[in-house]
Design a protein around this ligand. Structure first.
Ligand code: NAD
Length: 366
């Protein structure tokens, strides 16, 4: 469990190598191109289990430090996501600094593809927040180290629907564990962030009879999803004022923190967002004490990764969906393990993932 250890003062040796978030990362690559305005960072946390695969996020970060922190946290999470899902993949992720609605061009994405190519397959990219299959098509023009390309080009398409299906499985398993039944009819669910994953999750939830409330920073998305599925729009300033049984974070990370936990009246947290816990140990423990069941993010949002992994060999959607469905059973196993070992659900999931990586590392060292 060395990755969970908090560094003490003496161990901190510098702003990057000494930073807790950089610990155990193999590589951080800064990419810049004046002509297209590209500013990107690729984080490779681990290649022990295989090439580091993880999506690219385009976001208008307030400053560069936020972008670095995000890519480090995200790439680390990808290592554990692949490990717990039994995939032979390492953990990596990329961020592009900018507003995806204004700053993204085909030329910028192609330039980014050239940087991905320069890593010779150590990092394989895909979609994340602010990135579409069209963007991956542009990347594909420059490199073969890309997944999530359109089905018309022989790819597996947007991984988000499969991610949403896995999240739905994890959410149902959480209901089963908490309430003895995975029947969601009449359960009040708030979905925060109704983008690619969130919208499909809303679809599954409304079809299963849940009472769904949606929240997003973009009014057009709220209108579209409200129209398509009849979900109620929450427009207040604080989503936790809303009465809910299940909170499904599907926007950005760190929404589970001191402030939000103090206000939470839900019984389950199960969503797609990566890195939901602002601090894994502290906030995982706070949720446990409060009796809120937390479905580990990197476990239940692995459907998209499972899907793009399949694209690397021979894409089989039915098999991907079957493997994604198994998130239901794994989630129940993790809940039981956390109960038996008296640890948080997040720590239980991390333990399983880290054990697998450590074992392979030990084998490789022989
Ligand atoms: P997306 O960009 O399509 O959607 C994100 C949505 O969240 C957008 O509609 C955006 O307006 C909204 N949003 C952003 N900040 C918000 C805030 N403060 N409050 C409310 N809404 C806000 O992204 P996505 O692909 O749907 O991914 C959503 C989350 O799931 C991300 O954290 C992503 O890393 C994670 N994830 C995605 C996949 C995938 O297959 N796409 C896989 C695993 C994890």
């Amino acid at each position: 469990m060395s990755d969970l250890k908090i560094l003490n003062e003496k161990e901190i040796t510098g702003p990057i190598f000494g930073a807790e978030s950089f610990r155990n990362h193999e590589q951080l690559v800064f990419c810049q191109d004046d002509e297209t305005g590209l500013k990107a960072i690729i984080g490779i946390h681990s290649t022990t289990l295989g090439p580091a695969l993880g999506g690219t996020r385009m976001w208008n970060y307030d400053n560069e430090s936020d972008a670095i922190r995000d890519v480090l946290r995200l790439s680390r999470g990808m290592s554990f996501k692949a490990a717990i899902s039994g995939l032979n993949l390492g953990g990596g992720k990329a961020v592009i600094i900018g507003d995806s609605r204004k700053d993204k061009t085909d030329a910028l994405m192609r330039k980014f593809g050239q940087f991905v190519n320069s890593l010779s397959g150590r990092y394989i990219t895909a979609e994340d927040v602010g990135i579409t299959t069209h963007d991956m098509e542009m990347v594909k023009m420059e490199t073969d180290h890309v997944t999530g390309i359109p089905e018309s080009m022989g790819g597996s398409g947007d991984p988000s629907p499969v991610t949403a299906y896995g999240v739905f499985m994890g959410l149902k398993a959480s209901a089963k564990y908490k309430w003895g039944s995975d029947d969601l009819s009449g359960k009040k669910v708030l979905v925060q962030g109704i983008g690619h994953v969130g919208e499909t999750l809303v679809k599954h939830l409304t079809e299963s009879g849940a009472i769904v409330t949606i929240n997003d920073i973009h009014e057009d998305r709220l209108q579209e999803v409200n129209k398509a599925y009849g979900a109620t729009i929450f427009r207040g300033s604080d989503i936790f004022e809303n009465d809910m049984d299940i909170y499904a974070p599907c926007a950005l990370g760190a929404t589970v923190n001191n402030e939000s936990i103090a206000k939470m009246n839900c019984q389950i947290i199960a969503g797609a967002a990566n890195n939901q816990l602002a601090n894994e140990q502290i906030h995982g423990e706070m949720l446990r004490k409060k009796g809120i069941l937390y479905a580990p993010d990197f476990l239940i949002n692995a459907g998209g990764l499972i899907n793009v992994y399949s694209e690397l060999a021979h894409y089989d959607r039915a098999e991907s969906l079957r493997n994604t469905e198994n998130i239901y059973n794994t989630t129940l196993d993790i809940f039981k393990m956390s109960e038996i070992e008296n640890i948080t659900t997040h720590t239980a999931a991390l333990k399983i993932a880290m054990d697998r990586i450590s074992k392979v590392k030990a084998e490789q060292a022989k």
